[in-house]
Every structure is written in structure tokens, then in C-alpha cells.
Ligand binder design. Sequence first.
Ligand SMILES: Cc1cc2nc3c(=O)[nH]c(=O)nc-3n(C[C@H](O)[C@H](O)[C@H](O)COP(=O)(O)OP(=O)(O)OC[C@H]3O[C@@H](n4cnc5c(N)ncnc54)[C@H](O)[C@@H]3O)c2cc1C
Length: 462
Amino acid sequence: MDFIIRPEQKVSARQYDVAIAGGGTGGVFAAIAAARAGAKTALIESKGYVGGIAAEGGCGLHSFFNLWAPFGVEKRMVVRGIPEEFIQRLYQAGGCSGHNDTLMRAEYDSDTLCVDVEIYKYVALDMLREAGVHVMLNTVVADVVMEGDRVAGIITQSHEGCEAVMAKMFIDATGYGDLCARASAPYTEPNDYSCANSMGVGGIDIDKYYAFMRDNGALREYARGPRDGRFNQLIRVDGDWSQISPELKAEAEAIGMARVTTTLHDNYFMFIKLNYHMPKTATNRDALADAEFELRSRQMKAIELLRKTVPGAANAFIARTAPTITIRRARCIECEYDITNEEILAGTHYSDEVFSYGFHDMAPRFQVKDGGTYGLPYRSMVVKNRANLFAIGMMITSDHNAHMSTRNTVSCMAMGQAAGTAAALCVKNGLGGVRDLPYTTLYDALKLGGVWFDAEVPYKKA
Ligand SMILES: Cc1cc2nc3c(=O)[nH]c(=O)nc-3n(C[C@H](O)[C@H](O)[C@H](O)COP(=O)(O)OP(=O)(O)OC[C@H]3O[C@@H](n4cnc5c(N)ncnc54)[C@H](O)[C@@H]3O)c2cc1C
């Protein structure tokens, strides 16, 4: 490989209080929270919309509730605040199913919440603009300006060219950890999960899919909710295709096709996921390009499989794909605290926790004790060796099994509110670093922002 030296360049610089890299699942809520707390906030997103994987790959949003059903305990909405306000807005706009009891396999997630991905993108953007966030779409986080252990600015690239977004506090919500990596924060790349491209399929009927699974003894999971203006309709169905035939199951598995789908519309599956474990980490550009191709070829095979398998779906077609691969993990950023699966399963609460959470993606194998919750510590979002940088979303938590809990959409949203609020408070109080923020100040602000703390905590103010 040849090398060149890039010449120094004078670029325009804009000043903000808080800058957030990545307007995905977590970044949206970080930006709304920071702006509502009075910070002049910039949100930098490489795509032409916000919402990230919650609007591209996730089948149902896991989970605003504790796992009440299998334990027969009280049903509690444990994640509230801005994420739940967003869900209410989305529901009003016809963009989600609201919260519905899961009718079969409730020991995985007792609540079913399905979204319409396009309305999701619109409502999220609407709320960001309402909050006064400067939303920079089609803008890439390309580099950083460092001053010692502080991030001083983000160098962005857009169709306008190169710019500097200067700020006092920064949040990396890129999923990939691009900002942290540019800022030379410590990280690993475990490459321990498959990536995916999730497609929407038209011309296919969830009622027929359900009946086919049920009649073959293959029904694994389902939930009912509103669909196209009618209540109590099927909105989520999963099947065990091995019950239909081992060959069919093998065909689906060969292309990494998940058999679960959700929908809010008749004759439409909102999600069919195709999974693929890349030979190299998702930050490798050329490996990523190969994976993009591989997943599109899997989508072609999947549509054929659905056409021949699901009754009445002979004319099914791909109505939507994610614009890029969605990943479950790329860089894992080292933070001041690294929560373990044992702590999650034990329902551990911390003296600096910023929200409560109760879902585990490996349930029922791994469940939070007694259908309860655990807390996410503030320290687990504070990037090691950097003074003014948070990491949120899928890039924290190194323990593979613990990550199966913390990386889920609703957890990422709650992290966003926590980090956005904290960053704004640091600026408001003239603090030099995120470690200087008194926990009680953050706790009070989160409570005011509607965050619900599930545990009786010793630090509660009298
Ligand atoms: C296929 C799949 C299915 C899943 N299914 C579910 C599910 O059913 N339920 C559930 O709860 N969870 C599910 N998850 C997990 C969950 O969706 C993700 O872990 C979570 O959404 C990640 O949120 P995030 O904010 O960390 O990242 P993202 O939502 O990916 O947001 C990152 C954002 O940063 C932007 N970005 C990246 N790099 C740059 C850059 N350099 N400059 C500017 N912008 C940048 C991206 O475009 C993106 O918008 C699934 C994940 C995958 C991959």
C-alpha cells in the first residue's frame, strides 16, 4: 500500500455545548435529552434519516417492561422517560402497536411492541427538531480534534465538504464506535455476532403464516395488537420450521433467515432478518462490502423460500431493505465499568445507576432474577482515559451474554436519555469532565425527565 501526506486544511468551525455522533437508536434520545436540558446540541448522522437499527433491523422493541409473565409477578413499565414519550407519539401517528401482551412464549419477552419503520424515522426527526437539535443528516464523523485527553471537536464530511463541530461534551452513539476510535480511546473488536440485513416483504399474509404454523404444530410465538386500524390482530408470529420439514429448516438456516416477523399492516411482513457472520470485524471496509453483497444474495433466496412456503405468498416481493448492513457489535469501547452477565441475572442495582432494565435476549435461558430488573451504572458509559466522552448503545459491555441484554433497543434509548442529560448538566455546571458530575444532580434531572428507578436506592434524596 502507498501512503500520502494530507496537507493541513483550514475548515469552518461551529460551536456547540454537546455533540452526538450517530443519530440511531440511542443517539436520537441523547440529542433530545441534551437539547431539552438547555444545551446547544448537534447530532451528526451519516444517513438521510434518524433511528438507526431500531428503524432498520429490530423486529420488536425489547423491552419497556420487566419479564412479568413467567414469574407471575407485578407487571412494571421499567423504562419510561423520553423513550416512552416517543412510543406514545409514535402510536398516535400509527407508527407502532403500543404495548401488547405476548400470547405465546411470554417467557422470552412478556411485552410485544412492533414498529412501522418509516413512521419511526419521521416521528424521531420531528421530536429532534421540536427540541431544537441541529440535526446534521448525510454527514459523516470523519475525524476528531483532540486537546490532551479531551475531545475538542469532530471533523465532519458532508456534500458541503469538511467542517469542524466543536463542543464541550461528546457522545459516541455510532454503534461502530467511530468517534471513540478516532479519539484513540481503548477498544476491542470481538467479532462475536452475526450482522444482518432485514427486509420488508409485501404480498404476504401474517394470518395465513400463523395458520400454516399452527396447523403444522410449528407455532412458536405470537402476539396480537392493532393492525391497519383493527384491534386484536396478529402482529408477531414465529415458527419452528423443523416441524414442517427438516429440509425447509435447513434451507432457511443456510441463508441465516429468521422465521419471526412483525407487522402493523395487512399483506406485509415488516421484518425478515437475514443473518451472516462475517469472517472479519464489521469495521473492515472490504469485508463489509463483501457482506453487503452476501446479504443481498441471501435476500433473493429468502424471497423464493417465502414464496414457495407460505400459503398465498406466490407473488411476495421485497418491499424494503436496510440501506446498509446492520451490526450487533463492531468495536467494544472500554468504559469505566463493564457490567457482567452474572450481575444482570442477579438483578444488581448500583449506587450510580441511570435507569432500570429487565430484558435479556437469551431468555428463558438467561433471565433477570424473579422477573425483576437491574440498573445500568453511569460509569459504564464513561469512556476510559477520555475526559469528556460518553459511549452509548451497542458498543459498551464486553461480556458476550451481558451484551445480549444491554444492546437491545430500549436499553440503548434509555442510555441515550441518561448520557444526553449528563452531558448537558456538565456544560450547565461548567464542569471540565464527565467524572465531575455529582450523581445526585444527575439522578434528580433524570427523575424530572420521567426516568423511573425500579429499585429502592440508598442515594434517594430525603
Ligand atoms: C439484525 C438485528 C436485529 C435486531 N433485533 C432486535 C430486536 O428485535 N429487538 C431489539 O430490541 N433489539 C434488536 N437488535 C439490537 C438493537 O437493535 C441494536 O443493538 C441497537 O438498535 C443499537 O443501537 P445503537 O444506538 O447502538 O446503534 P444504531 O441504532 O446502529 O445507531 C448508530 C447510528 O450511527 C450512525 N453512524 C455510524 N457511523 C457513523 C459515522 N461515522 N458518522 C455519522 N453517523 C454514523 C448510523 O448510521 C446509525 O444511525 C437487533 C440488532 C440487529 C443488528
